[in-house]
Design a protein around this ligand. Structure first.
Ligand code: NAD
Ligand code: ZN
Length: 360
């Protein structure tokens, strides 16, 4: 047995209002006045001076607003990197991502591609990155994905949706300020929060489970149950707890794997552009066969928060469309092995996946 030697985020600040410390945290990392900090910020914050006035721009620093309407693409990373190289006198001092999973993943990928040749798509996979990334900081503004702690940055490329999984991917610094999540719309709060719940279920119910993953997964699972089924805490407490649930859920899968919902959701995302959080919910809703108790809990949570998921998104798809989604899903072998076991190929057939997709 060869055990994974995983990198973790070496520095983290936690606390409401800790975003105010950004300047003090990054200043020592400035290489020189010609090496800018590049702030990649979710464009939902454009015009929001409560947040943007606290971004400490100096010298040649740039603030680039990025839309989170679509999930990050390898081509988008390549364009951002090219733009940053062209407009900077020197290699940047650091990349600071401020947003949800979409922006955090972009920040990770851009920081890697500033020191590695070629296209981001060349590095989709496991341990293909050769050179350390530049200094990168993650500041989540919505909780659930665990992208703030993970060793991957999930990108859609020309022929696959797959992460850049590497020791250089995790952030050098994370700032967890739950106040930044205060204006997340209710539906999105639920979808991204359920991403965390599903991370826990897939880790805890998977065959790769071990005491490391279990200890983080159980804590996050307990927090999700509290947050989505009980009604006993203030908004502020709830925002802080969801932030920590996201962190622990992410830590849990670092040493295990996700499962059926993620494999199928990647197919939906690749073909239909369905975003990760809502896509996971649409899939998980149909997975009684694999996670019976947790799908029942999920349905209760959905009802409690009055969430109506889109129906029939696969109703008008052609056989070729189903084939595309099935190919994407089946390529994610570790996910199936974790979910179903070593002999997963006996039950996870193309027909089985088509039958599941047809229910969505
Ligand atoms: P997101 O980043 O796409 O954001 C969802 C929506 O919420 C967007 O419209 C965004 O503008 C809005 N939003 C974010 N913060 C807000 C705030 N404070 N106030 C108001 N609106 C706000 O959503 P997400 O669910 O966080 O991330 C999904 C992405 O994360 C996907 O691309 C997925 O592949 C990726 N992901 C990565 C990992 C990883 O380990 N790297 C894990 C899971 C998911
Ligand atoms: Zn996820």
């Amino acid at each position: 047995m060869n055990y994974k030697n995983i990198p973790m985020v070496p520095r983290v600040v936690f606390g409401r209002g800790s975003f105010n410390q950004l300047n003090e945290i990054i200043s020592p990392k400035r290489l020189n006045v010609n090496a800018p900090f590049i702030f990649l910020v979710d464009d939902v914050f454009r015009g929001d001076s409560w947040l943007t006035s606290r971004i400490p721009l100096a010298y040649q620093d740039r603030l680039i607003y990025v839309s989170a309407k679509e999930e990050p693409k390898t081509s988008q990373v390549d364009e951002l990197v090219e733009d940053i190289i062209l407009k900077s006198k020197e290699r940047p001092s650091g990349i600071i991502g401020i947003g949800g999973g979409t922006i955090l993943d972009l920040a990770k990928a851009v920081s890697i591609m500033l020191t590695n040749n070629g296209s981001a798509s060349d590095y989709q996979g496991w341990d293909l990155v050769k050179n350390p990334a530049i200094y990168h900081v993650g500041i989540p503004t919505i909780s659930g994905t665990g992208a703030e702690v993970s060793r991957t940055t999930v990108l859609t490329g020309p022929d696959k949706k797959l992460g850049i999984n590497s020791d250089f991917t995790p952030f050098d610094q994370v700032i967890l300020d739950s106040e930044l999540t205060k204006d997340v719309p209710k539906d999105q709060w639920f979808y991204t929060g359920m991403d965390c719940f599903i991370h826990c279920v897939e880790s805890l119910k998977g065959t790769y489970l071990n005491a490391f993953s279990q200890s983080y997964g159980e804590k996050a699972y307990e927090l999700c149950n509290q947050l989505f089924l009980e009604n006993i805490i203030t908004d502020e407490e709830a925002q802080e707890k969801l932030m920590m649930a996201s962190w622990h859920g992410g830590m849990s899968i670092v040493y295990s794997q996700v499962g059926v919902a993620h494999a199928l959701s990647y197919g939906l995302s690749y073909l239909l552009g369905t975003k990760h959080g809502i896509g996971n919910c649409i899939v998980f809703d149909q997975l009684e066969e694999y996670y019976p108790e947790d799908v029942a809990l999920f349905k209760t949570m959905k009802q409690k928060h009055n969430i109506k998921l889109p129906q029939g998104i696969c109703a008008n798809l052609s056989d070729e469309d189903f084939d595309i989604m099935i190919n994407i899903a089946l390529e994610l072998e570790p996910l199936w092995e974790n979910a179903v076991g070593k002999s997963w190929k006996k039950t996870i057939t193309r027909e089985k996946l088509k039958e599941l997709y047809q229910k969505m």
